[in-house]
Write a protein that binds this ligand. Structure first.
Ligand SMILES: [Zn+2]
Ligand SMILES: [Zn+2]
Length: 90
């Protein structure tokens, strides 16, 4: 196995490529995504390469979506895909 840092570098390179290709968030479908998310969670599929761009999609990170305000990456969590509810009548 390579050095621990090599993996992170590959991931960052893959993330950059995904965001260069599209910044449309795969969860809320708005533009402005600044993070990437694993479509198949690695917690469920440990064999998946975290730098596999076919498994990475643009997603809104900690800054949230400028359109709907969701922090899509966090709202999804770890597990099955659940689309966030767009408006809640609290
Ligand atoms: Zn989003
Ligand atoms: Zn949005």
């Amino acid at each position: 196995m390579g050095r621990p840092g090599a993996r992170g570098h590959r991931y960052r390179t893959a993330r950059k490529a995904v965001l260069a290709h599209s910044t449309t968030c795969w969860i809320c479908l708005h533009d402005g995504a600044d993070q990437v998310d694993h479509v198949q969670p690695r917690s469920l599929n440990p064999d998946i390469d975290d730098a596999d761009t076919t498994n990475l999609m643009s997603v809104h990170g900690v800054n949230g979506c400028p359109t709907c305000g969701l922090k899509c990456n966090q709202s999804r969590g770890n597990g099955t895909v659940t689309r966030p509810i767009r408006s809640r009548d609290w």
